[in-house]
Design a protein around this ligand. Structure first.
Ligand code: G4P
Ligand code: NA
Ligand code: NA
Length: 190
């Protein structure tokens, strides 16, 4: 997606050989116009699938997922990282290990919002080692929902998440795929 790649080049900051900061439009401040076009791009790429629900994880997955939900008319459910007071027992839950943050967190989704009747598209902002997506896949599996694919805004192709998912036969659509962040430069895969 050219618009997104241009934005990454213009505003992204390479913090190290593995971390890209995109706080000006995705992870802190959000660019609504760009998010709208990201939603439209996901909708186009998955136009051959019937999607009844979009599943993401708080916080940075919510903006792109919601824009897609607006375009296709499907509700968006975000996995919570902290237990909500009103959620209590009725939950699917899984664990997500972050290699970046060196911590393991429990994520959860209410059983009210995901069922075996759902066709789910999983959406997230970054794909690195694929741990967050793995947790969301686990939750979808517990619900009996069918997962039609995974939509990612920025995939770091030099980390193993994308390969692990595609090896399992999961359709992964990433709007920008980064080949390398070496020497402070962003290099894209395609
Ligand atoms: P993984 O799920 O693919 O294994 O990724 P990892 O554990 O490494 O990522 C932990 C957090 O860091 C996630 O956000 C993920 O989106 C984010 N992340 C991973 N690599 C990068 C990167 O290069 N740049 C940026 N900006 N973020 C990255 P999170 O902790 O869930 O936070 P939130 O922003 O969704 O609240
Ligand atoms: Na995320
Ligand atoms: Na993030």
């Amino acid at each position: 997606m050219k618009l997104l790649k241009d934005k990454i080049i213009q505003e992204g900051k390479v913090l190290s050989d593995t971390v890209l900061k995109v706080d000006t439009f995705l992870n802190h401040q959000i660019d609504p116009q760009l998010m709208k076009e990201i939603g439209e791009e996901f909708a186009n790429r998955y136009s051959d699938e019937v999607i009844t629900k979009i599943l993401t994880i708080e916080s940075s997955g919510i903006a792109p997922a919601t824009m897609l939900g607006l375009v296709i008319g499907a509700p968006v459910v975000f996995a919570r990282k902290r237990k909500s007071l009103t959620l209590a027992n009725n939950l699917y839950s899984s664990t997500v290990h972050s290699f970046t943050k060196k911590e393991t967190n429990e994520i959860s989704v209410s059983r009210d919002f995901l069922t075996a009747d759902d066709n789910v598209l999983i959406v997230d902002d970054f794909l690195a080692n694929g741990e967050a997506v793995k947790g969301l896949l686990d939750i979808a599996k517990q619900s009996g929902a069918k997962v039609v694919g995974v939509g990612i805004v920025i995939e770091k192709g030099f980390q193993r998440g994308g390969q692990l998912l595609r090896e399992q036969g999961i359709r992964v659509e990433s709007l920008a795929r980064i080949k390398s962040l070496d020497n402070g430069q962003v290099e894209f895969l395609d």
